[in-house]
Structures are given as C-alpha cells and as structure tokens.
Design a protein around this ligand. Structure first.
Ligand code: RIB
Ligand code: CA
Length: 318
C-alpha cells in the first residue's frame, strides 16, 4: 500500500462491487470514514444479477445521503463461464432483510469499464481501485487499457484465500465466479493487495458489535441490522463482513499484516477451479501480490463502528 496522500488528504477510491450485504456495508464504511473519498462505484454481476447490484448500489448511496457519487454498471456475466449468483447467502434482493427506498437516480450512461479507464487515466497515481466482487470489469479494463495497472495508486481486492475456500473447499466466491477474469487480473503486471478469507473470517460480527449498531440510527436500524438478520453466511459464531475489510485496509493499513507472494488462479481444475494458489516462497521479482494474513480485530471493529457513527450522524443532519 503506497503512502497516504500528503497532508492527510482523503484517499480517492473507486469501488467495483456486487452489492451484496457486505458490499453495502463497505459502501457505508467508505462514506463514513474521513480518510476515504468515494469518487465512484462500478457494479458487476455477482451476489445477484447486474440490474439488482446496480439498483442496490444506487439505493445504498442515496440512503447514506450520497446521491452525488456516480454509479456505472458493468458486466452482466463472467468472461466465459455461466453466471452463478449467491442469492442463497444475500437473499433475493441482495441486501438480506434491508428494505431501502428505490433509488431516484439512474446509473451513468457509461459502461463501468469506460468509467474506470476514464477516471483513472485522467488522474494517474491519484485513484485507489478496490474490487469486492467478481473481477470481470477489472479484467476487461486492463485488457482494454493496459496502462491502467501503472496509473492506479493502489489496487486492493476482497477475494481469494491462501488456504481455504467458501464456495468450494478450494475457492472463494469472487474468484470462483469468474476465474478467467481473476487470472487476467493477477497476471496484469501490478501488485494486487489480496484481502481474502485468511483475514475476513477473523473479523466476524459479535453481540457487542450488533449492540453498537443498534445505537446507529437509521443506518443501524434500516441497513446494518436488517442486512445481518438475513445474511446466510456459513461462518460462525458471527457474520463476516468480507468487503469492509478491503476498505478498512485502505483506510488503516497498519491494522493488517500482509506478506508478499506469487498468486496464480486455477482455471481448469475439476475440484480446484477458482483457487488462488499462493506461493509465499516466490522471489521478490515473481511476487504479484501482498496477501493479508493477519488483522487487529479489535482495532478493525473500532475503525468500522466509528466510521458508521459518522455515517449515521451525517444521515441525521444531511
Ligand atoms: O466470498 C465473499 C465475497 O463474495 C464477498 O465479496 C461477498 O460480497 C461476495 O461477493
Ligand atoms: Ca462482494
């Protein structure tokens, strides 16, 4: 992770996502944390279909009081594979039990790939790109415009795992959903900061976390708690907020311990398709990733809940 902008200016972030309960929680974190300036959201098919992920992104941003953040819709399906969603985890709406008002705004008349290329090429070195869904849009963007990999300030994903999967024993959902796209992304020549299940399954919600959320006004009462109430994640005893971890690393990298590695994505294995094969013994020259392997869980939840306090307060005064 490169040094924070001079003078403590917020990091400009574009979030490519598939809302999704934890994607929505990540958007709320980005809107609340003073060190992040969310300058755009792009959507991809993943947890639910593209129409739904796009409406959810628009709804969440308006609910949070940020209708000014542009949303651009991207790919409705993986590069090669059939589309498989995760409605069994995120519910038919994609936001669990949260019932937000339909958005007034519409998505931009621009494909997500064109939005990503346009925003990043216009400000080389200024935009941190975070992806918390399948990597289809990102793969298309780096193939359409290879300089992208040098022009981002940083590239951070929620995805993959050095050890275990959650969709199959070997593969995490975002990589499993479009392994060909992930292989292109990891092979594009940039350093990928991989925030995978290795850390996201450490930072689970708890009764204390939910108690804090109960005191967070409409944010807690209409998004966070209803979202968690119908989140069918297999993790126990709490719920993983996978995507929030990626944004938290951007805001407070010191909370995470990352190790350099070579990550290759399996695309042909009968049992291992979508596996992020992680070699921590690779030479420095071969490393294409910084893999998050540890997290200060107490510090993480303090950071996240404090950002939610700010987001909730802004909603009351907005
Ligand atoms: O495996 C967890 C990831 O898949 C998260 O990004 C979740 O939102 C789903 O997209
Ligand atoms: Ca996601």
């Amino acid at each position: 992770m490169s040094a924070a902008p001079a003078g403590g200016a917020p990091r400009r972030v574009i979030l490519d996502c598939d809302p999704g309960i934890d994607d929505a929680f990540a958007i709320a974190f980005a809107c609340g944390h003073p060190g992040i300036d969310l300058v755009g959201v792009t959507t991809v098919a993943g947890n639910v279909g593209l129409d739904r992920t796009t409406v959810n992104a628009l709804s969440v941003l308006e609910f949070l009081g940020h209708p000014e953040v542009p949303v651009a819709a991207g790919s409705p399906a993986p590069l090669l594979r059939p589309f498989n969603d995760a409605r069994e985890v995120h519910g038919e709406s994609g936001l669990g039990g949260a019932r937000l008002p339909a958005p007034r705004a519409r998505a931009a008349d621009l494909h997500a790939v064109d939005f990503l290329i346009g925003q990043i090429s216009a400000a080389p070195g200024a935009v941190t790109l975070v992806a918390t869904g399948p990597l289809t849009n990102i793969a298309m963007a780096v193939r359409c415009y290879p300089p992208l990999v040098r022009q981002v300030a940083d590239f951070v994903i929620m995805g993959g795992s050095a050890a275990r999967g959650n969709t199959t024993p070997a593969a995490e959902f975002n990589i499993w959903a479009d392994p060909e796209a992930a292989a292109i992304v990891f092979g594009a020549g940039w350093q990928v900061t991989m925030v995978g299940l290795d850390v996201t399954l450490q930072a689970l919600t708890s009764a204390a976390v939910e108690e804090r959320m109960r005191g967070q006004g409409r944010l807690g009462g209409e998004l966070l708690l209803p979202g968690l109430s119908e989140y069918r994640s297999a993790a126990r005893p709490g719920q993983p907020v996978h995507d929030v971890c990626a944004l938290a690393l951007v805001a407070a990298p010191g909370l995470f311990g990352c190790e350099p590695a070579r990550v290759e994505v399996e695309t042909v294995g009968r049992w291992t398709s979508g596996m992020t094969v992680t070699d921590f013994g690779a030479t420095d020259a071969d490393c294409n990733a910084q893999v998050a392997m540890s997290v200060d869980v107490t510090g993480f939840w303090d950071l996240v809940l404090n950002a939610y306090d700010l987001a909730a307060a802004a909603m009351e005064t907005g």
